[in-house]
Design a protein around this ligand. Sequence first.
Ligand SMILES: Cc1cc2nc3c(=O)[nH]c(=O)nc-3n(C[C@H](O)[C@H](O)[C@H](O)COP(=O)(O)O)c2cc1C
Length: 356
Amino acid sequence: MTTQPLFTSHDLAGLALQNRIALAPMTRSRAGEGNVPTELAATYYAQRASAGLLITEATQVAPEGQGYVATPGIYSPEQEAGWRAVVDAVRAANADARIYAQLWHVGRVSHTSFQPGGKAPVSASAVPLEGLTWTSVGQVPFSPPRALEIDEIPGVVAQYVQGARVAKAAGFDGIELHAANGYLIDQFLRDGTNHRTDAYGGSIANRLRFLEEVVDAVTAVFPAARVGVRVSPSGTFNGMSDSAPEALFAAVAQALAERGIGYLHAIDPEASPTRFSALLRANFPGTYIVNGGFTQASGNAAIASGEADLVAYGVPFLANPDLPRRFAEGAALNPPDFTTFYAGGAKGYTDYPTLP
Ligand SMILES: Cc1cc2nc3c(=O)[nH]c(=O)nc-3n(C[C@H](O)[C@H](O)[C@H](O)COP(=O)(O)O)c2cc1C
């Protein structure tokens, strides 16, 4: 049998990956007291250590960056210890595994009950997000955000640096900046949410500035080769839109290429009518990871055609801790239990069966 393209090794800017299957970042809302990753999280990630690259669930770099119940943080000593246990468990399960922490600030996708002092969430601009969110007080509308003052932005950049420092101390191989899905960095990038008239808004160059400053700041902690960025150019989740996404995301890819970051990761669903992978790849010479509805067959095809270097799997990996083995053997997949995606303790988290 010929080797499937997904099972060839890959050099991620000097880091050897055993295969081209990545665990996509997935929020599971099971952090403990103080937003600390639990032992169960260590088990969950260790079960998935056969991925070439594991990317953790999004983890907020500061209390203000939280927008959902029981998401883990990456700013306190207790959180560092929790993440250290995750990293150690993954390495104990597979010495060749590589694990990156996805650094997150939700911006306006939040509610005052998550915010220190019950303050308004922050964003690029005071553009409210329509809809309801789950909080400790039940399902409530998102809280209207306030625009960050220009002199507050360095403080937010510093929060990402703190997240990077904690990630480094916890032993992660690298970090992925969450610039996708309508969270804070994305709120600066796209003009549906960025109405600023200062140096951080208006032109594409200005809207890129916040992302560039965060990348430049965290590369003082991790080398650029160990920093990845995740984008979602066609995504409308969390009320996102942009007037010229092709121009914007080509510029994003170019700015990241100039900085020599290790990888660009895009949610670019296979089934999307507007695909961005070719545009991103043309503007970014480093490792390119694609994600969004890929199967074993379409993942292999994406690698074989050169569309991507790695394929990230979300839901299939959530429900199949041994996904690479199942792909290798052509085995059937466990179906996902949607009711336990964002809650449920061990159920639907660490109890999906592996092949005998
Ligand atoms: C339960 C769940 C949680 C998710 N949490 C995150 C997250 O924390 N960060 C992120 O960038 N994407 C998150 N996503 C999106 C996934 O990473 C991925 O883009 C999506 O599931 C599509 O890939 P798939 O078709 O392989 O599942 C989440 C998806 C799911 C299903």
